[in-house]
Design a protein around this ligand. Structure first.
Ligand code: 5AD
Length: 352
């Protein structure tokens, strides 16, 4: 027991542990030490960000996907998924709505939809850039070539979200069909960073086959990559995927991982994700209290919200964007935090 506290103190001081120490930190976790870790992580976040929470307007603009990841509800083989694409005008309308709420970051996310050429994406980026010059644009459209990422950057995207999903080859193979490769995913993240994007990596907590050692490898990989953002959330099964009968990740372990990440990366942008809000009614609040400093409410039109379903039970699928915004503002207030009108860049980041 005393040993675990020592590990937590070591993590706090050095910002990293060895592979086997990360695994121990997870394996031997207990309620008392978890609370100690949590409170250090919350303090750490408060030192960097105060009680301010950055908000990102998420625009889920297409759920077509060429990939067939076993965990994901919008995988290609899911014939039950009702597919949609938003028009450019719809996307801009989402931004206009979000801008009105004070959002200064828009996240454009989709499956790997071959229906959009690089030029299509760049045109959308330029239109948003022109109309909202004071906003940051985050793109999250999957694995592309370095050249494509460079075009996106030139067109005005300056952040990119691409979770690595798992840093271990054996675990990667459990989650993905053979045509996908961990090396390419890591190559994408390295290229994105190199180009100058603020980069977000991340993983699911409790995905099928995940062990303490896999999580340890995720922490170690993140330490190497040094991303600006880290998105994690519990794995939640989807009824129309091969993982339909797999158990969901837990609130407890997800919060524990959030706190570890906050101690490792005091300045990293760390969202309390929708998946976290889905497994527990106060999941996002608890995430903030465990060290998260970002929330990402959906700006997608009500008509498509119920279709961007990566997992079962997703919250906020029946609400208008305005309701979600008001709800989150209240939720954050109730725990002593405040949503701010700010681009919320990584501290010190500037465009090259
Ligand atoms: N449960 C939780 N998260 C999921 N994602 C995909 N499917 C699921 C699921 N069933 C996550 C992946 C992906 C992100 C957009 O959503 O980590 O990168």
């Amino acid at each position: 027991m005393g040993q675990l506290r020592e590990l937590i103190d070591k993590l706090h001081q050095n910002r990293e542990l060895t592979l086997s120490e990360y695994a121990e930190l997870i394996k031997y976790r207990n309620a008392e030490d978890a609370e100690y870790l949590r409170s250090l992580a919350q303090d750490e976040a408060k030192q960097t960000f105060g009680n301010q929470i950055y908000v990102r307007g998420l625009i889920e603009f297409s759920n077509y996907c060429r990939n067939d990841c076993y965990y994901c509800g919008i995988r290609r083989s899911n014939g039950a998924a009702e597919r949609y694409r938003l028009s450019e005008e719809d996307i801009l309308d989402c931004c206009r709505t979000g801008y009105g709420f004070g959002f200064r970051t828009f996240v454009l996310q989709s499956g790997e939809d071959m229906g959009y050429s690089d030029e299509d994406i760049c045109r959308i980026l330029r239109r948003i850039r022109d109309e909202f010059p004071d906003c940051a644009i985050t793109l999250s459209v999957g694995e592309k070539s370095r050249e494509t990422y460079e075009k996106f950057y030139q067109a005005g995207a300056e952040r990119y979200l691409l979770r690595h999903e798992t840093a271990s080859e054996d675990h990667y193979r459990i989650l993905h069909p053979k045509e996908l490769s961990l090396n390419n995913r890591k190559r994408c993240l390295t290229d994105l960073k190199d180009i100058g994007f603020q980069v977000g990596a991340g993983f699911m907590v409790g995905s099928p086959g995940q062990t303490e050692e896999h999580l340890a490898a995720d922490f170690q990989y993140l330490r190497e990559l040094e991303p600006h953002m880290i998105g994690i959330g519990p794995f939640i099964h989807h009824k129309d995927t091969p993982f339909r009968v797999e158990p969901d990740g837990t609130l407890e372990l997800t919060l524990y991982c959030l706190s570890i990440l906050r101690l490792m990366f005091p300045k990293v942008l760390l969202p309390a994700t929708t998946a976290l809000g889905t497994i527990h009614p106060l999941g996002r609040e608890l995430g903030v209290q465990a060290g998260a400093n970002v929330i990402m409410p959906s700006l997608s039109p009500k008509s498509v919200r119920g279709k961007y379903l990566l997992y079962d039970g997703k919250i906020c699928t029946g609400e208008e964007a305005a309701e979600c915004h008001a709800c989150l503002e209240n939720r954050m207030k109730r725990i002593g935090y405040q949503i701010v009108t700010d681009r919320g860049d990584y501290p010190g980041w500037t465009r090259e």
